[in-house]
Design a protein around this ligand. Sequence first.
Ligand code: DAH
Length: 338
Amino acid sequence: MKEEISKVLETAKNEIEKASSVHELQQLKSRYIGKKSVLNSFMQKISTIPKEERPTFGNILNETKNQISELLLNKEQRIKELEYETTLKTESLDLTMPGRKREKGSLHPITKVWWEIEDIFISMGFEVAEGPDIEDEFHNFDALNTPPDHPARDLSDTFYIDNDVLLRTQTSTVQVRVMQKHKPPIKIISPGSCYRNEHDASHSPMFHQVEALVVDEGVTFTDLRDVLNIFIKKMFGEKIESRFRPHFFPFTEPSAEIDIICVKCYGKGCNLCKGSGWLEMGGAGMVDPNVFDILGIDSKKYTGYAFGLGIDRIAMLKYKIPDMRMLFENDIRFLKQF
Ligand code: DAH
């Protein structure tokens, strides 16, 4: 039996020497010294040999087991070293290669203009008020003196979510919310997103407006003109004049549309202003007493003005962006320029 054991040791030595991977070594380990190994089967035969020979036999078996396990360990270490050396040789690092760049983020042109608008009005004593994008018909239309048969209320113009639930078409909704909550004096601007069913180079189904509302005793149209003039000059430069054209809005009386001198040709006429020398900026007017009455504000005591300007339009003029859709496509090549 001793001879058989030394034969097993010999073959184990050979096979361990030939093994070329850790996986192979694991298989050899279970074959030679594992539970179901050859050496273990010798162990079970120990009862068949004379008692006095058993200790020596046991020693030999243990010795052999230890030797094999040491051989396995040594071989495993050599294999790992070899693997490490080959990785070092094959996976060399090129320290001259350029690293992976992290893109630097920047503010969207609309955010920039939005913040600039807020700063200008805050410097004139306005507070910033916000309202929800999802509105009801009362805040978007009824309270703004817009009758049920007004075309803006049509399903083809306004995005309705449900009966009486819609995406606001104008930030004028916030005037209503502010007047419902606060007594005059009121002096707010309200920037935010609006939604209308329109989509072309100068209209986007989602766009941004800034609304302003001032209510107090003795507020006049002259105040409106002054504030708008100051804003326009601060935004576009001292050279830029503005004018009011008579217009109609259901919630202001009198109402006007605001134009500014073309920022490209300064009034001479060009492709931007389509030859007219003027650019449309938004709507304005004196708050219609009907609106005050609907909201429970004393229309005999108080007067007010309001206006609404397109933030995207201001951004387009300021940064000379020819197509509104570019603002919302999120093309990094475009956005990187700001
Ligand atoms: N909300 C109007 C629009 O979207 C713009 C506007 C006009 C706002 C006159 C006003 C205003 O506050 O007085 O067309």
